[in-house]
Design a protein around this ligand. Structure first.
Ligand code: ADP
Ligand code: ADP
Length: 230
C-alpha cells in the first residue's frame, strides 16, 4: 500500500523557477527513504509538497490517500495528524518543558488528559528522555533537543515521519543516536522520509535512496548510497 504517491508532479514558483519537473514516485508503508541532492536540486520543494506547505503546479500528490490539491478543508487536520515532522533546527517551544513540548501536540487535538500522560511518558521512553521531562529546551544538548522533537513528532502515532536534515546541526556520534531512534520507529512500522546531506549515514544505513537534481529524479535505488563526493 502506497502512503505517498507523486504522479507527473511539477512545481514552478511564481518567479518562473522550476523546482520539480515531472516527478513520479511511490513510497510504500514501512519504507525508509533518503532524499539526497545538491543545494537547489529541489529537495525542500519535495518535502514541502509532502507537508502540503505548497501544492503542485501540475500533477497529483497523494498522501495517505488524500490528494493534497483538492482535498476537503475538514480533512486537512487529519492529514496533518498522520504526518510527524522533524527539522534541522528542532523548533521546540522555548518556554515549555520537555513534557509540555510533547504534550502540546496532543492538547491541540484535544486528547484526553490520561491518554496524554500515558503517551508522552511512553514516547519520552522511546527517545530516552523520561528523566528530563521537566527540563526546558535551553537546558538540553542539541541531540537531546532533537530527541524531544522526535518524541513530539511521533506522539500522535503518525503513519509517516518526514525529517528535513535532522542531523544537520549534530556531531557524528549524536547523529547516530538520532538514526538509531529512527531505525526503531521505522521497525515499528512507520514510514520515514529523510532529506539529508550526511554521506556517512546514507552509505551506512543501506536504505532506499531517491536523488534529485535540477528538479528531476536522477536515481531511485531500493538499497542505495549517497553517491556524491563531499
Ligand atoms: P533544495 O532544497 O534541494 O536546495 P529547493 O527546493 O529549495 O532545493 O529549490 C529548488 C529550486 O527552486 C531552486 O532553483 C530555488 O531557487 C527555487 N525556489 C525554491 N523556493 C522558491 C521560492 N519560494 N520562490 C522561488 N523560487 C524558489
Ligand atoms: P553537548 O556537549 O552534547 O551539547 P551539553 O554540554 O549542552 O551537551 O549538555 C550535557 C548535559 O548537561 C546534557 O545532558 C544536558 O541536558 C545537561 N545540561 C546542559 N546545560 C544544562 C542546564 N543549564 N541545566 C541543566 N542541565 C543542563
Amino acid at each position: 500500500i502506497n502512503v505517498i504517491k507523486m504522479k507527473d508532479v511539477s512545481k514552478v514558483y511564481d518567479n518562473g523557477a522550476v523546482a520539480l519537473d515531472n516527478i513520479n514516485i511511490s513510497i510504500k508503508r514501512g519504507e525508509f527513504v533518503f532524499i539526497v541532492g545538491t543545494s537547489g536540486a529541489g529537495k525542500s520543494s519535495f518535502i514541502k509538497l509532502l507537508l502540503r506547505e505548497i501544492t503542485p503546479t501540475a500533477g497529483t500528490v497523494t498522501i495517505n490517500g488524500y490528494n493534497i490539491k483538492n482535498m476537503d478543508n475538514h480533512d486537512i487536520p487529519y492529514l496533518r495528524r498522520s504526518l510527524g515532522v522533524i527539522f534541522q533546527d528542532y523548533r521546540l517551544l522555548p518556554n515549555k518543558t520537555v513534557y509540555e513540548n510533547v504534550a502540546f501536540a496532543m492538547r491541540v487535538i484535544e486528547s484526553p488528559r490520561r491518554l496524554i500522560l500515558r503517551s508522552v511518558n511512553s514516547v519520552l521512553d522511546v527517545v530516552g528522555l523520561r528523566e528530563k521531562y521537566k527540563c526546558f529546551p535551553n537546558q538540553l544538548s542539541g541531540g537531546e533537543q532533537q530527541r524531544v522533537a522526535i518524541a513530539r513528532a511521533i506522539v500522535n502515532n503518525p503513519a509517516i515521519v518526514i525529517a528535513d536534515e535532522p542531523t544537520g546541526n549534530l556531531d557524528p556520534e549524536t547523529s547516530w543516536e538520532i538514526m538509531d531512534i529512527f531505525q526503531r520507529i521505522n521497525a515499528a512500522g512507520t514510514t520515514i522520509v529523510m532529506a539529508t546531506h550526511d554521506k556517512t549515514i546514507v552509505d551506512t544505513m543501506q536504505k532506499r535512496v531517491i536523488a534529485i537534481e535540477n528538479g528531476h529524479i536522477v536515481r531511485d535505488e531500493s538499497i542505495g548510497g549517497y553517491g556524491y563526493e563531499i
